[in-house]
Design a binder for this molecule. Sequence first.
Ligand code: CP
Length: 289
Amino acid sequence: MKHLHSINELTPEQMMAVIERALAFKQGKKAHYSGYAANLFFENSTRTKCSFEMAERRLGLDVIPFETSTSSVTKGESLYDTCKTLESIGVDVLVIRHPDNAYYDQLEVLNIPVVNGGDGSGQHPSQCLLDLMTIYEEYGTFKDLKVLICGDIINSRVARSNYTALTKLGAHVQFAAPEHWQDYTLDAAYVAIDDVIGDIDVCMLLRVQHERHADGQSFEEADYHSRYGLTTTRYNQLKDGAIVMHPAPVNRGVEIDSALVEADKSRIFKQMENGVYTRMSILSHILDN
Ligand code: CP
């Protein structure tokens, strides 16, 4: 891998290679790299930023602190000039989250790799790969798994990346969403959650992306929860071996009943744990190149 901008650029074999190495790191595999990483987050983050930093440190990389709020971005410096500056001073790999879809296109000319930590409503490839690792750890295959992705599809880079990857790997993906959050650029069927809840292997809930909604757009949390959320009634209808996922942060009581966030079938905190190993795997694949 030369970089990781979008899950679309990975073949099934490359996705499996990332997952297998992540599992090896989880089982104790060690690796040591020298060099410098910088994490540029132009949108807020807890999981992605902290777990990339954890992954970088575990791999032996030095992390150059960078906060947009104290950088020359506040003086109007462009994304390209910011990244070119970090390349010039000797940084070896950049992890970037940015509100603009496909911001990475303008950085193709850099001589250092860019790992996309999320671009607008575009892609979230490292989240996708950690989700794949979590599913694979559970089932040992993707073939014919029934996955329901439920919620704010149109604003979700997680939905976009996971739909593409899971479909390529042989899973059967369906969506459930209110009509105004459906995205017909993706070729999945929309279903009612109650029609499929007892038949799915993976119930993947999405965060309601309030920050991407138009000002004044009405949203009734209790109504959403009763129509699209994972309630205790729906949880009890899941198959014995089914799992519940959510990229987090969770809007408790909206996408999922608060009492279910750490229920037996929930893999939400397992996803976060796996995020570190997945990001170690992504970075090591890129640095090996
Ligand atoms: N899942 C995820 O991307 O979380 P953060 O926004 O906290 O990084």
